[in-house]
Design a binder for this molecule. Sequence first.
Ligand code: ZN
Length: 295
Amino acid sequence: MFRHGHSVIKSVDHSKYFEVKIIPALLDNYMYLIIDRYKKEAAVIDPVEPDRIKEVLDEEVALKLTSVLITHHHWDHAGGNKRLLKLYPDLQIFAADERTEGVTKIIKDRQILKIGNLTVCCMSTPCHTSGDMCFFVTGNHGESPALFSGDTLFVSGCGKIFEGTGQQMYDNMAIMAALPHPTRVYCGHEYTVTNLKFALNEDPSNFDLAEKLQWAHKNRLNSHPTVPSTIEEERRLNPFMRATNATATIALRARRDRFKVKTSRSSGSISSTEVSDRSSGTNSASSGISSNGSH
Ligand SMILES: [Zn+2]
């Protein structure tokens, strides 16, 4: 395990042949390699730093990168596509949005793709951008699911609403919440510490949130990624998944947009412009968050 940028590279075994490699990029982005070890095939999610992907692949004997899955067209996710295509000219670049750099195949909601024996279900989640797509990946026998949620669902948070509505974000959270609870969640950015501070500000007496924040702090001190989480955890802890209606989602997102935290030594990458402002906090009773985490 060695460090690259903001975090160490980490491998997660989903099953005997299904592996996910977490590869940090830029200031707080994540790229992911989805690997079928049996067929020796791989796909990459949001490869904004293609040379870093190549470095990792060069250490892998006989592993073939066949496809690129893009969660949305923003440059910090799709900005490496043309360079990656130069490095690997046979690649297919899948995205839902025609604005995506280098896209070779436009994908639709519920379209099924294959990475070797692994199955990818494309899930349209418009809101952060109008062309956001999440990817639900399962092993050969449907086991060990993984969700690549881009900038739609973060660990204990959700993406900013740039090209959609609060109703769409609420609907997106409901779609994710309905996935199998053990599904591991791999999101687009390392925002977990700030998200958990916001969640605690909303729900100050929530012991589980405090405990997870402590855990996340410890991980970030050692440059360990805080991904993956699970759908079960997000249903329990993520304020946006716990919102009981679209009005609550809109209000929460507005408070999250205004939320700033003190510079944290333990997170290592929080900008100095972030200052303390806990005055906008409300308690869970008034913030439209359900106590049982369900929709
Ligand atoms: Zn984005």
